[in-house]
Design a protein around this ligand. Structure first.
Ligand SMILES: [Zn+2]
Length: 402
């Protein structure tokens, strides 16, 4: 039952009505279709109950005290009901209602159940999804970042855990250290967790704004860096102050997660390229020996050599050089743990050239192959080209891959 305003308030919505013109006392004249009748032997839910007119609330007194409601005929007859009544309101409305002595009779008949805002990360993701039903593409971790920020505003630091992120993870039921406190212990320490911070409506507004900031004609898609920008603006203009450290906390949390992903995928890509080149080297050794290649090996050689000169003599000289230089030495170095080569010398400069400088020309085939796999890995994870570019740019500009 939604709250009714004074103008459209009609008791018939609650207790039914009597059909006009019917014979007085005729049972068929009664329209027992009010909310109480429909909920009988079941459950009735009053939404934002204290926003209703006082007259509306009187029916609750009788229903809770004596399990009866007024008859639509409006005389002394009462109608028995057997119904569970649930009513909800926000905290300020409840406090206002409770303080008013006129409401004492109803306050006494209520069993108050406190339900704060959600503080579980996984559930918060579902809440935002349900509230906004985003139609555009969202990069991986976009909803997680918004949910993390929302929950960070709702909880207070604990003496028992090292930082707020650890507290969020405990509330979320994630695996934590053996001696970590339980969620119940943390809640007992800070009973106001979930009663402060931003509402779900505000969280939805942040996402909607991030979706709306794309320019006309630009591909509609939101990545966490877009969202972090909107979060900063939101905090700057928020009615209740939000500590600036929370933006830093959520930014660092996201950055650490995404930098690890980029680095690890970069390494995977390099491994794939190394395998490619090992297969390529094996194929050209066969060619130089005059052996025939399998169709797959032939295709690989064609891809790798697409930029080499067409002249067979020159091509063979280059093939000889590639074998002599033992390209696989590089792979051995990387496999044996010299990872700097991959991160500092290969992946970052290539991303920088491709994404920041928009320069594809002086990438060699090895680079192209690395990048191709790099992007393909990210596509498989759910990135479109636009949000991959946004995230990569953000990482490179922030120096987090260094
Ligand atoms: Zn996208």
């Amino acid at each position: 039952m939604d709250p009714t305003d004074p103008i459209s308030f009609d008791k018939a919505k609650l207790i039914g009505s009597v059909t006009l013109g019917e014979k007085e006392g005729d049972p068929t004249a009664f329209e027992l279709d009010g909310a109480y009748h429909r909920a009988n032997r079941g459950l009735i839910e009053f939404v934002e109950v204290f926003r209703n007119e006082t007259e509306f609330l009187y029916s609750l007194l009788e229903a809770t005290q004596s399990k009866t409601i007024e008859s639509p005929a409006g005389r002394t007859e009462k109608i028995f009901i057997d119904v569970v009544i649930i009513a909800h309101a926000n905290e300020p409305n409840w406090k206002k209602f409770e303080k008013n002595d006129d409401n004492e009779a109803l306050v006494d008949r209520l069993v108050r159940v406190d339900v704060g805002n959600n503080v579980r990360l996984n559930e918060q993701i579902e809440i935002v999804k349900k509230l906004t039903r985003p139609t555009c593409h969202l990069a991986p971790q976009t909803l997680e970042t918004l949910a993390m920020f929302t929950i960070l505003t709702r909880i207070q630091p604990s003496e028992q855990v090292k930082d707020l992120i650890s507290k969020v993870l405990i509330y979320n039921g994630d695996d934590t250290e053996i001696d970590a406190p339980s969620a119940a212990e943390l809640r007992a320490e800070r009973p106001r967790d979930g009663w402060i911070g931003i509402s779900n409506r505000d969280a939805a507004k942040i996402l909607e704004k991030a979706i709306g900031i794309r320019q006309p004609g630009e591909e509609s898609c939101v990545a966490p860096p877009d969202l972090l920008k909107v979060i900063s603006e939101f905090c700057a203009n928020a009615k209740k102050p939000i500590p600036v450290e929370l933006i830093e906390t959520v930014t660092d949390w996201y950055a650490a997660m995404i930098a690890t992903q980029f680095t690890s995928i970069g390494k995977d890509c390099q491994d794939i390229c190394i395998r490619y080149y090992e297969n390529y080297t094996a194929a050209i050794i066969k060619l130089l020996r005059g052996e025939t290649l399998s169709p797959e090996a032939e295709n690989l050689v064609n891809i790798v050599e697409s930029r080499l000169p067409n002249d067979d003599g020159e091509k063979n000289a280059l093939r000889q050089l590639i074998i002599e230089q033992k390209f696989s030495d590089t792979s051995l170095a990387i496999k044996s743990g010299i990872y700097d080569y991959v991160a500092q010398e290969v992946i970052i400069p290539k991303l920088d050239k491709l994404i920041v400088q928009g320069n594809h020309e002086d990438l060699n085939e090895n680079d192209r192959l690395s990048l191709k796999y790099f992007q393909e890995h990210f596509r498989a994870l759910g990135y479109c080209d636009r949000c991959f570019k946004t995230v990569a740019e953000w990482l490179i500009n922030s120096g987090l891959l260094q």
